[in-house]
Write a protein that binds this ligand. Structure first.
Ligand code: GUN
Ligand code: ZN
Length: 437
C-alpha cells in the first residue's frame, strides 16, 4: 500500500502558471510530455519527462496519463454549500430569490446531521468537477461550519469557510445578533483556522443583512485576526445597490460601506463587484482585496456583466467563482465558458490561458495562498487534476484538430464539465476518479 510519503510520478501534458498571462509575455509552463513528481503530499518537481524521468528513485511507479493534461486543482473563490439542494431555482432577481428559496433552504442547517449529509455531497461534487479548494459560505448556524470542516478534513482538503453573520432583514430563524455572531465567529476561528488544512473566513452575508453594530463586530474581528479571510457580497444587483444606499446613506458607495468598517484588506474577497465605480476599483487594488467573479450566477439572476477590462486597468486581484446555488454549475470549466461570453458582451476578450490562470494561480494569488497552492512550483501542496480531452465524443472530435495549446484549452473550457475531469488529487492522494465511486 502506497502512502503519501512515497515518491509518486505522473506522466501527462503539464500546464501551470508563474505569472498572469494578461501582464506577462511568458506566464505559463507547458510540457507536452511532462512529468509531475510528488512526495509527502507536496510537489517535488514538474518538467519534461525526458529530463526528469532519470532523476526518479529506482522502482518509482509512473502513473501513465499520456493523452491527458495535468493542471493545478481548480480554486472556486465563492460558493455556498448549503445552497446545493436549491441550485436551479428560478426567481426574478436576487432579492426575491433570497426570500423564496435561499432562506428557507438554509434553515435546515440547524440540524447537524442534515449539514453533514449536504457537506459530503457538496465535496463529492466539487472533486468530481476538479475543484480542490473553495471559499465557502456556510449558514448562520455554527454547527454548519463544524459539519463542513469535519467533512473536508476527513478528505484532507484545503478549504476556507465561515459562518454567515446576519442580524437584520432576514427571517427570525436565520437571525443572530452582533454579540452572538461575534462570539460564535471567534470560537470557530479558534477551533478551525489553520487546523489541518482548514482556514476560516469571517462571513458577513452582505451589508443589508447586518446592522451597523454587526458590521462593526465583523470589522473588529478582521483586524483582530488579520490572517483569516473575510468574504461577503458587493454590488451584485441594482435593486440591492439602491437598498444599500438607503440603509447606509453616509457611505460614498456600496463598497465604501465595507471600507468604513475596516473590512478591506488582503484576504478579503468580495463576491460579484459588478456595479463598482473607478474609485471602488482603485480601493480594491490598494487594499489587496479580491473580486470573486461569478458569471453563471450573474447571468442566471440577471444581475449584470462583470467588467474584466476595467478590473485589469485598476490591477484588481480577481478569481473566477461559481456562486452555487445562484451559480448554475459546480464546474469551473462551465464557469470559464460563461466568463468568456460575459467578457465578449462587454467588448473585451478572455483567452483560455487567462481563464485557466484565474482558476488556478490567479485565484491562489487573490487568496494570498500562492506559496501554498495554485502551481507546480517545488514545495506547493500537490493538489492537481487530470483533464481528458477525449472525455466526450464531441470533445474528442474537436480536440483532435486543435492547432495550439490555446485552442485546446479553449475547447476544454467551452465544451468541458465534470466529465472532463478524469481524476482529482489532493495533497498527493487521489480523491476522485471518474467512473468510480
Ligand atoms: N447576496 C446575499 N446573499 C446572497 C446569496 O446567498 N447569493 C447571492 N448570489 N447573492 C447574495
Ligand atoms: Zn454568493
Amino acid at each position: 500500500m502506497q502512502t503519501a510519503s512515497h515518491v509518486q510520478a505522473y506522466r501527462a501534458g503539464l500546464l501551470h502558471f508563474h505569472a498572469d498571462p494578461a501582464f506577462a509575455e511568458q506566464a505559463h509552463a507547458w510540457h507536452a510530455d511532462g512529468l509531475l513528481i510528488v512526495a509527502a503530499g507536496k510537489v517535488v518537481a514538474a518538467g519534461d519527462y525526458a529530463q526528469l524521468a532519470p532523476t526518479l528513485p529506482a522502482g518509482t511507479e509512473v502513473v501513465d496519463y499520456r493523452g491527458k493534461i495535468i493542471t493545478p486543482g481548480f480554486i472556486d473563490a465563492h460558493i455556498h454549500y448549503p445552497q446545493t439542494d436549491m441550485i436551479a431555482s428560478p426567481a426574478p432577481g436576487l432579492l426575491p430569490w433570497l426570500e423564496q428559496y435561499t432562506f428557507p433552504t438554509e434553515r435546515a442547517f440547524q440540524d447537524p446531521a442534515h449539514a453533514a449529509a449536504v457537506a459530503e455531497f457538496f465535496l463529492d461534487e466539487l472533486l468530481r468537477c476538479g475543484t480542490t479548494t473553495a471559499l465557502v459560505y456556510c449558514t448562520v448556524h455554527p454547527q454548519s461550519v463544524d459539519a463542513f470542516f469535519t467533512a473536508s478534513e476527513a478528505r484532507g482538503l484545503r478549504m476556507i469557510a465561515g459562518k454567515v453573520l446576519m442580524d437584520r432583514n432576514c427571517p427570525d430563524f436565520l437571525c443572530d445578533t452582533a454579540e452572538q455572531g461575534g462570539r460564535e465567529t471567534e470560537d470557530l476561528i479558534r477551533r478551525w483556522h489553520k487546523h489541518e488544512r482548514s482556514l476560516y473566513a469571517i462571513t458577513p452575508r452582505f451589508a443589508p443583512t447586518s446592522t451597523e453594530a454587526q458590521m462593526g463586530v465583523a470589522g473588529e474581528l478582521a483586524r483582530a485576526f488579520p490572517d483569516t479571510y473575510l468574504q461577503t457580497h458587493v454590488s451584485e444587483n441594482e435593486d440591492e445597490c439602491r437598498w444599500v444606499k438607503e440603509l447606509y446613506p453616509a457611505a460614498r458607495s456600496y463598497l465604501d460601506v465595507y471600507d468604513r468598517y475596516g473590512m478591506m484588506r488582503p484576504r478579503a474577497v468580495f463576491g460579484h463587484c459588478i456595479w463598482l465605480d473607478e474609485q471602488d476599483r482603485a480601493r480594491m487594488a490598494e487594499t489587496g482585496s479580491a473580486a470573486a467573479v461569478c458569471p453563471t450566477s450573474n447571468l442566471f439572476l440577471g444581475s449584470g456583466l462583470f467588467d474584466f477590462e476595467r478590473a485589469d486597468q485598476a490591477r484588481m486581484l480577481m478569481a473566477l467563482a461559481t456562486d452555487v446555488g445562484a451559480g448554475t454549475s459546480f464546474s469551473m470549466l462551465q464557469t470559464m465558458n460563461e466568463a468568456y461570453k460575459v467578457a465578449r458582451l462587454k467588448g473585451s476578450y478572455l483567452p483560455a490561458l487567462r481563464m485557466f490562470y484565474l482558476s488556478t494561480l490567479g485565484a491562489a494569488r487573490s487568496l494570498h495562498l500562492e506559496d501554498t497552492i495554485g502551481s507546480f512550483a517545488a514545495g506547493r501542496e500537490a493538489d492537481f487534476i487530470v483533464l481528458d480531452p477525449q472525455a466526450t465524443p464531441l470533445l474528442a472530435r474537436r480536440t483532435a484538430n486543435t492547432d495550439s495549446l490555446e485552442e485546446m484549452l479553449f475547447a476544454l473550457a467551452l465544451l468541458g464539465d465534470d466529465r472532463t475531469i478524469a481524476a482529482t488529487y489532493s495533497g498527493g492522494r487521489r480523491v476522485h476518479a471518474r467512473g468510480q465511486k
